[in-house]
Design a protein around this ligand. Structure first.
Ligand code: C5P
Length: 304
């Protein structure tokens, strides 16, 4: 048996560049893992089959769960006939743009690679992760990373972003596919603003790139969930007033977050948000090294 943390991500920036031939969207995004996490336990069973148990009512307990899919894909790849029981303790908001399901799937791949002594490592698991979902490969790396193509081509950055993150959950699940459909309905090819590439190339210039970062999905997500417009204005107002150097929607939403240098100001922001009636989680950005240690990923097995 193995028990591993399964961390959430936020997108520090997200640019939609166009529609691909496979129907997905060409993205340029900056991923960041945060300390908010689920716990995933894996128990090997002699009898074949994969089971998933999760007490959260919105998390499926069948093969449509990405964690189950990950175990099935890896078992088939490795020719394993024994079974796995997966238990998920859910803390990451579901359908909130924090990648919870994708993170659970990647954690299962990493955990089973160990338990089954497959030694596939990140390089070996990457093609399998990609089959499960576009956000899954990032969770093999964690930390601060550039995501290209469908968001599944991952380049860890040398400069890992640090700071305290306040995550606000408006408790309104939003479907990622529905948000992308809204983008399609009005897509004019993006003027190539390159804000993310500028951020990456300013790797050594501390915070110079942050003010330019935006999320191209934000307005489509608010079309999908118009009742959130007022809430988002309030949330953003509080985060910015309290000194967030970045305050944007994560992924396709509806989770909003603020990134702070000063943990005390982050606490003040969290308290103000709670007074205003919101659910706010206080956490920190997790670097690539911290992520690797927490998930016990061996450094020798990853792409450099
Ligand atoms: O890959 P995953 O199933 O997690 O993606 C969820 C949905 O988000 C896809 O069905 C697709 O509609 C949309 N998506 C997209 N382009 C991406 C990533 C996701 O259109 N690069």
């Amino acid at each position: 048996m193995i028990r591993l943390p399964s961390y959430a991500k936020v997108n520090l920036g997200l640019e939609v560049l166009g529609v691909r031939e496979d129907g997905y969207h060409e993205l340029r995004t900056l991923f960041q893992t945060i300390s908010l996490h689920d716990d995933v336990s894996l128990t090997l069973r002699r009898a074949p089959g994969v089971t998933v148990a999760c007490a959260h009512p919105a998390v499926p307990n069948d093969a449509s769960n990405l964690a189950a899919k990950a175990a099935l894909v890896l078992a088939r790849h490795a020719g394993r006939r024994d079974g796995v029981a997966i238990t998920i303790e859910k803390r990451i908001p579901v359908a909130g743009g924090l990648g919870g399901g994708s993170s659970n799937a990647a954690t299962v791949l990493l955990g089973l690679d160990r338990l089954w002594k497959l030694k596939l490592g990140i390089d070996g698991l990457h093609p399998l992760a990609r089959q499960i979902g576009a956000d899954v490969p990032f969770f093999l790396y964690g930390g601060t990373a550039l995501g290209l193509a469908r968001g599944d081509e991952i380049y860890p950055l040398r400069r890992q972003v640090r700071g305290t993150v306040v995550v606000v959950d408006p408790r309104r699940p939003v479907s990622t596919a529905a948000v992308f459909r809204r983008i399609d309905a009005r897509l004019t090819p993006r003027e190539n603003s390159n804000t993310i590439f500028r951020f990456v190339s300013r790797d050594l210039e501390a915070d110079a790139g942050f003010p330019a970062l935006t999320n191209d999905l934000e307005s489509a997500a608010l079309e999908e969930a118009p009742e959130l417009r007022d809430a988002v204005v309030k949330i953003r107002g509080i985060l910015v007033r309290e000194g967030a150097k970045l305050a944007v929607l994560s992924g396709s939403g509806s989770t909003y977050f603020g990134l702070f240098d000063d943990p005390r100001r982050a606490r003040t922001a969290g308290a103000a948000l709670r007074v205003a009636g919101f659910t706010a989680h206080h956490c920190r950005a997790l670097s690539h090294d911290q992520y690797r240690k927490a998930l016990r990923i061996r450094p020798g097995l990853q792409r450099g």
